[in-house]
Design a protein around this ligand. Sequence first.
Ligand code: URA
Length: 353
Amino acid sequence: MAVAGPAGCADLEELRDHIGDCHRCPLGSTCTRLVFGSGDPHARLMLIGEAPGKNEDLAGEPFVGAAGKLLDELLAGIGLRRSEVFIANMVKCRPPGNRDPELSEIETCAPFLSRQIEFIDPAVIATLGRFASHFVLRTTESITSLRGKVFEVDGRRVAPVFHPAAALYDTSKRSVLEDDFRLLREVIDRDEETITTGDALATHRAGVLLGRAAHPGDVIALSGGLGAGKTALVQGMAEGLGVVGHVPSPTFNILLVHPGDTRLYHFDLYRLERPEELVDIDFYETLESDGVSAIEWADRFPTELPADRLDVVIDVADESRRVLRLKATGPRSRRLARGWADAWRAAGAVTGS
Ligand code: URA
């Protein structure tokens, strides 16, 4: 059955098929290749440029020319690779001679970008230059006054920055761009997911989804007071990882190993006095091995935790409401946090459920 428009597409692939060999505006007749966009379809950060240039038009990929090289450097400067973000443009076909896209061209192409944003569902959008900033922020303010600020649109953080090409012509803009990317990093890091559960059973259910979203090598660092539900969460994780049998609190054992479809290493650091004792329980080797590690009372030794881990802080808001704050500290844990939070949302789980 043919889809009616971008709204009828179910995912990015269908959207690309729907756009097809596009001649909805005159740019379709002058461009070599349509540049749909590329990167992680579930990226937390999406970057939106203006329109393909000569190199992009030939390659069918966004930002592969000189501005793209600078963009890669700016991303690397904040610890990100191109494959971890999604890059798209306002207009998908090259305007001849790299002229500015016309309003009618932008309006024709915009529904495709809007749908891309919906599918990728990024927490943070960086708008590169005036055209993308004006579209996403629905403003006509100059990019000079917009940059350096963070806006909220449809529940996402939007950070406008200069277009990288601007720094190729005016090198003084490079340090401004670097500042803006540092701000972008802060926005991404600040952007925590939260999962709200109710009683221990609901926390257990959230744990099942966490276990299902986890992959060998993932490390989940849990903190929260006595009775917050850390063990209930890990018991749910165990179920999600295919562990059979009872999963007790490891308070007296410090570490319990549970075989399952994926092995679960369940630590409880409450009784440890000094970080040196972690060596005695093979803490560091275990975290790097083939299972998923859940560490209760991880906040006792924060400097001993691996660089890429998912911090989960459980706050008991009241008797029937617990707020789990997720903070991913690297690409692996970002994927895990995203997968878990998405699964939780898809399950329609709500407070007190
Ligand atoms: N400039 C853009 O805005 N987009 C590209 O893909 C390349 C250069």
